[in-house]
Design a protein around this ligand. Structure first.
Ligand SMILES: [Zn+2]
Length: 208
């Protein structure tokens, strides 16, 4: 069973149900203006993170039907290798359902298809897509800001030219490795985080 089959299997739906069941033990104590568990113990930061995870898991499961409907209408799988910066949230920017665009995250957005784990993950995603007769579109993302430079990518020392060059090199790696299949199309995508704008680059790296 592949990773993507694992994600959609019924047994793992029960895992998420188990997580959300735990959420039923959470209630708000309005008299103290704080969130407490039924045991009235103050929530720790870890508890709050787990609560966020519960809400996201619930949201993911609630959108299962929408993902199936979308995939039925659009015969292309999309992926996005990108920085771990939390501002890079394409479902919000593109108003698409969670996981329609499969994220692959790395510190600083630094990737190399020579990394065995990364290439294995991409291979599995490509095999999954092709096995279902679907094309593969990969947004090779970098990010920057039109305002303060220090809101750009810290992983590249806030140097937008450097992060863009790395994205172009990664696209070239995708071209080199998957060129023969014709089913994998990588495209360099700049994400400007002040306006949540996407800038798509052509084959020559130009954006217009
Ligand atoms: Zn970054």
């Amino acid at each position: 069973m592949g990773f993507f089959d694992w994600l959609s299997s019924a047994s793992n739906s029960k895992i998420c149900e188990g997580i959300t069941d735990k959420g039923s033990n959470i209630e708000k104590d309005s008299s103290k203006n704080m969130i407490t568990s039924v045991s009235s113990k103050p929530k720790t930061e870890i508890d709050c993170l787990l609560d966020i995870n519960i809400r996201h898991s619930r949201s993911f499961m609630d959108s299962t039907t929408e993902r199936r409907r979308y995939r039925g209408e659009h015969p292309t799988e999309m992926a996005e290798p990108k920085c771990v910066d939390v501002r890079l949230h394409l479902p919000v920017m593109t108003q698409t359902t969670f996981e329609i665009i499969q994220p692959f995250r790395s510190l600083g957005g630094i990737f190399n298809l020579g990394w065995s784990f990364f290439q294995a993950a991409i291979d599995q995603w490509v095999e999954y897509s092709i096995s279902r007769s679907r094309q593969c579109l990969i947004f090779v993302a970098y990010h920057y800001t039109r305002g303060d430079t220090h809101r750009s990518c810290r992983g590249f020392g806030y140097n937008t030219d450097a992060t863009k060059s790395a994205a172009i090199q990664l696209k070239q790696q995708f071209d080199s490795v998957y060129d023969k299949s014709g089913s994998v199309v990588p495209i360099v995508c700049g994400i400007e985080t002040d306006l949540d704008a996407l800038v798509l680059h052509g084959e020559n790296g130009q954006s217009n």
